[in-house]
Design a protein around this ligand. Structure first.
Ligand SMILES: NC(=O)c1ccc[n+]([C@@H]2O[C@H](COP(=O)([O-])OP(=O)(O)OC[C@H]3O[C@@H](n4cnc5c(N)ncnc54)[C@H](O)[C@@H]3O)[C@@H](O)[C@H]2O)c1
Length: 306
């Protein structure tokens, strides 16, 4: 796993470890309490990445490491770093003879929220929907998906490749008040739907995303090589019916939104369910008021006395 210390990675590591995988996290940052061996390596260092993968000789690699927040750095830097990380990981995977590589893309490749307007071809959005990136981050994810397709054509006889587009990731501690990636709490996001409207109310519990990764690893040989999957919750993160909330907060989507029933999410994960038998089990409706998660894992920066 690359990026195992991150918001998503910490839960994926835990899910995989609990499922009996022998997980090693490679991340520039350390995380306290991660149930995995950790190697602190800068994956922008191609030689160090190659050496680490050759030493570990893993059965599979899950690549999450990235600059994960659009706009958090200049576009050129995000594009450069994210694509370089992908090249370095792909190169190290092939050199080490790894049999499977799953990489994280993003729903932002679709293009919603573009400053000069965006309308879907249809709703709910699925993996066949046209893409239209408008940030350096989304463009980096399009490039990463294209690099995976390239690898399938070139190296598809020696490895299985997959891409997943996790929706807005909610780590377990965020259900009990820790800030989400955008800084607001879940309660604040629900109280002010405009906050989630920018991402069309998409989200996924990080543990459900971990279950998706486990499902892909188990069945990578059975699904089309290079397949792309949306990975989202089975409902939208808004109290109103989804169509009503879209009509209020993203009026351009109102006509297409009429296709959505009840709390149906804008992003469909039907492909993951059909091909991998995966479906998100957690919803804000159940998780928000459940007991606090035991033993939250923190990165070194987040730890209170670090
Ligand atoms: N969080 C979301 O809502 C979301 C949604 C869609 C896609 N994604 C994607 O999922 C992946 C994980 O996202 P996240 O939210 O956990 O991000 P995060 O920033 O919390 O974690 C990313 C991790 O990658 C590590 N990393 C970054 N550059 C590195 C480098 N050069 N060498 C080694 N490690 C490095 C960081 O230290 C960090 O621990 C990313 O690829 C992101 O683009 C996230």
């Amino acid at each position: 796993m690359t990026g195992g210390s991150g918001r998503l990675g910490r839960s994926v590591v835990r899910v995989l470890a609990e499922a009996g995988h022998d997980v090693v996290s490679i991340d520039r940052a350390g995380a306290e309490g991660l149930p995995a061996r950790q190697l602190q390596i800068d994956l922008l260092d191609a030689a160090a990445t190659r050496e680490a993968f050759a030493d570990l000789a893993p059965d599979a690699v899950v690549h999450l490491a990235a600059i994960a927040v659009p706009g958090s750095r200049p576009d050129a830097e995000i594009f450069d770093v994210n694509t370089r990380l992908m090249w370095n990981v792909l190169d190290a995977v092939l050199a080490a003879g790894v049999g499977a590589l799953l990489v994280a893309s993003s729903p932002t490749v679709i293009g919603y929220g573009a400053p000069h307007g965006w309308e879907p071809a249809y709703l709910p959005l699925d993996e066949a929907h046209p893409i239209a990136p408008w940030t350096g981050y989304a463009a980096s994810k399009v490039a990463i998906e294209e690099i995976v397709r390239m690898a399938v054509r070139r190296d598809g006889d020696r490895a299985r490749f997959g891409v997943f587009r996790p929706c807005f990731v909610i780590a377990p501690e965020e259900w009990t008040g820790a800030p989400t990636q955008q800084g607001h709490t879940i309660v604040e996001r629900l109280a002010d739907p405009a906050l989630s409207a920018v991402a069309l109310f998409n989200y996924v519990d990080a543990r459900d995303a971990g279950d998706f990764v486990a499902a892909w690893l188990a069945r990578a040989g059975e699904v089309p090589n290079g397949e792309v999957f949306f990975v989202g919750a089975a409902d939208a993160m808004v109290e109103q019916p989804t169509a009503e909330a879209l009509a209020t907060h993203v009026p351009a989507l109102a006509p297409a939104a009429a296709q959505l029933a009840g709390s149906e999410p804008v992003f469909s994960s039907a492909r993951a369910e059909r091909l991998l038998g995966w479906r998100a089990r957690r919803s804000w409706r159940t998780e928000l008021h459940s007991a606090p998660p035991a033993d939250p894992i923190r990165t070194a920066e987040e730890a209170p006395h670090a």
